[in-house]
Each structure stands twice: as C-alpha cells, then as structure tokens.
Design a protein around this ligand. Sequence first.
Ligand code: NDP
Length: 497
Amino acid sequence: MVLYSPQQLYYDGRHQDAAVPNYFPVTNPSNATDLVIVHSASRADIDAAIKSAQNAFPLWSRTPPVQRARILLRAAELLRERNESFARVETHDTGKPFSETSTVDVLSGADVLEYYAGLVASGGLNGETARLRDDAWVYTTKEALGVCVGIGAWNYPIQIALWKSAPCLAAGNTMVYKPSEYTPLHGHLLASLYTEAGMPPGVFNVVHGAGDVGAYLTSHPTVAKVSFTGQVSTGQKVAASAAGRLKYVTMELGGKSPLIVLPDAGVEDAVNGAMMANFYSTGQVCTNGTRVFVPEDMKVEFQRVLLEKLRYVRMGDLMDPNTNFGPLVSKVHYDKVMGYIKHGIEVDGATLLYGGLDKPSVLKDMKNGFWIQPTVFTDCSDEMKIVKEEIFGPVMSILTYKTIDEVVERANNTPMGLAAGVFTRDINQAHAVTAKLQAGITWINTWGESPAEMSVGGWKMSGMGVENGRRGLEAWVRNKSTLVENGGSVASVFCKL
Ligand code: NDP
C-alpha cells in the first residue's frame, strides 16, 4: 500500500513537478512495502532551484536578523505543534520507533531553530571593534555567504535538515537541500512549514534524487558552501568537488568511536551507556560507541549484566510506545550490516555473545522488513574488520584492556575521530582520560546527547567544521575587516621628493 502522495520538488515557495518525468520509489523499512513515489530532479530542476535561492538571497540577507529570527521562531512553534504528525512520517520513512521520533527527531530540530533565532536576534552576528590609535580603528562584520547546499543522510532526516538550515538561514543565506533518497518525506513538510512561517519564496528549497543530484549540486558554480552529512567516502568526493571552486565546506562524517569503561565504573551504568551507544536507532547513529573497552577483570560481570538487559530491547509495531528497536533503513543497508556480522563470525573469529544472522521474530505482516537482532561480539581484537570499520548497525564489539595508558592508545588508534567517552566514578580520571582522546565529541558518564548548545564535529577522517553551538554559526558567515583612518590626511610614502 502506498501511504503518501507523490513527493515533488520545492522551489520558488511552492511544490514543482520534475521537468523531465523521472521517479523513484521509497520503501517502508518495517515491511518492505512501497511508501511513496518521488520526483527525481534533473539538472534543469536543480538549476531552477539554485536560481530561486539566488534570487531570494539579496532581500533575505538584508533582512534584519531580528526579523529573520521571528520567522524561525514561528517555524519552531509550528514544528512543536505538529511534532506527532511529523514524527509519524519519520517513523514510516526511517523505520525508527515512534517512541524515538516523537521525542528526539523533530523536537531536537526545533531546539536548534530556537537556539539560532535567539543567537542572531541578540547580537550573534555582530563583529568586533579594535581601537588602533586616536584617529584609526578596525571593525569587522560577519556577512552571509550566499546560496548554500545541504546534503543529508537517512538516519536523522528532519533533524539533519534543521541542523543545517537553522544556522544557514539565521545567518542570512539561502539553501537548496537534498534529502537522502531513502528518506525524502520530511523535505516537503519542512519546506511548506517554512513558507507558512513567513519565509520568502526561494529561501529554502528542496530537490530530490540520488548521488548524482548531490554531485551536481556540490559542483555548481553558483553555490558558495556545501554542508554534508554522510559516509567518509562520499564526503571525500564532495570535498574534492567543492575544492574546485574553493567553496566553504562542513563535513559531518562517520566514526568508529571508543567507549571506555574504567576499572572503578559502576557496571550497571556502563552497560546502560554501552547499550544506548550501540542499539539506539538500531545502531544507525554516527557517534555510536561501537568499540567497548572493558577492564579484563570486569568482562564477565559486564557481559552478565548486558545479557540480562538485552531482554529490554523490544521490537514490534513501530507506533506502539513500548517499541524501542526498529528495522534497518533499507535492503541495501541490511545486506551491508549482515555482511559485517557474517564476517565477524566466519573471518574475524570473534565470539558471538548475542544476536547474529537469524531474523528476529517480529509481527507476522512485517516479516519482509529489514529487521535484525541487536548483536554483541566479544573476545574482539583491534585488527578485526568489525572493530576497525564503521558498520552503522546494532553491532557491539567488546574488547578488554589491562592499563589506562594502553586503552587510551588503542582507543585513538583509528583514522576516525568523531566521538569518544569514559565511564568512571573518579571525575579527575575522567577529565585526564578525556583530554587524551582524539575525538571532536566526548562524553563522561553518558552517551549520545547532542543539545543545540553543544558544538559537534569530527576530528581526523570524521569531518571538518562543527554544527550547533555558537561556533556552528561561524560556519555560515564570512568575515570582513575594515580599517578606518579619520586623521584627515592620507599617510603615504609618495608625498614628497
Ligand atoms: P552517504 O554518504 O551514502 O550519503 C549521504 C548523502 O550524500 C545522501 O543524500 C546521498 O544521496 C548523497 N550523495 C551520494 N553520493 C554523492 C555525491 N557523489 N555527491 C554528493 N552527494 C552524494 O551516507 P548515508 O546516507 O549512508 O549515511 C550514513 C553515514 O552518515 C554514516 O557513515 C554516518 O556515520 C554518517 N553520519 C554522520 C553524522 C555526523 O554528524 N557526523 C550524522 C549522521 C550520519 P543518496 O543517499 O540519495 O544516494
């Protein structure tokens, strides 16, 4: 059963058919039925969307920040009013339980809209003044970049769209946004909501399609900046393409993050943290702590508590508030994750403690969906493929260690550096270890929370730049420094012989 009407493109403040009829289907991950048909953008459509953003830029960038903020605040208010209906759409599109989408996805996006509206309305775009001497000073201004492109991944669709568009639009830029082809439904909801909130036509536009649409967007000469969320390998292509015209880029990429349980940690808390860091959103979270380092003499107890708590993973009807674990997003991704689990068993030789290749028993009419069991490997070692590569599914690897110096070194021994964290009762030790971890996001005695106030971004191959927080706004402006001389005469070495 197709649940939704065909999804069009959105530019010039309204829905638009694709110029050349070309459509792709989207599948409901929970039961593998068709969910919706989507108009795929041709180059002519993308050009039209970019033109729309270009036309809107002069007026929007000159609109006083406080007026832009009012529109963003109205949009946040509408999002909160529609949280449940938007969350239902996200659940259909992503396969994430409604208990998650209705409490995190839409609302954490609304938080970011409010944060940046407040920031720009209260002087967040102000520059600095420096007195040089009595008759000269320097002042700086922050100016919008122009037409920006946002490209999103499928794991937190509307949240990603809001985390990109909120600071972008608050700073006075306009945007053309491309959702992942696997989860496009939020695109028109958000674009229509912005228009309803009072955003002028062309300020926020949506084009649909696969990687070729993203590639054309990133190479487009009119585009000033690309903000990308996705895999490291795609990010490399996007950054290379953007580098051709020296565009500004923000790259939010993948990770293989270490979660370190220190010897004095409470086992119960550490297990709770490790489960949130591996099984929330069925493991499809970029910051997941999939390398779980446990002291050698804690391993048995840690695994005992973990096995006990795995009973609390509940699959089933995604709209049931009790369900806390959904399917993977697509068949392609299901095959990829299962391939890693098979490799872990057959080639890496890790011990399968829980889960594995068997399909979980779920409701009958969902047996064709992309359901998978939460999976735990133990007796893992650093060189195993399942320990080195991002799986992006509910697959935990337990590794043991002897000393803190050793675990810090092994935790950092990865080309990626998105997140890391420690569990301990010793707060001094927590700060000492955190200071040595090579990651852009670190947590102490918690995992996964990413509030609007917290700037987040990866080190090493996990990304460039940050999103959210005060520093997140800087990614959407360029600075101009002006030196003013009002001494009445121009200093010159060419005034006399
Ligand atoms: P992909 O890299 O496959 O795709 C991301 C987006 O890029 C999609 O919209 C995709 O289109 C598009 N795309 C594909 N090829 C190109 C190209 N050549 N040029 C421009 N755009 C292109 O990532 P996934 O969607 O699989 O997302 C999962 C990944 O995202 C994981 O690695 C995860 O860690 C990372 N991620 C990082 C986050 C962070 O904040 N650091 C947050 C969330 C996820 P389409 O899919 O339609 O083909």
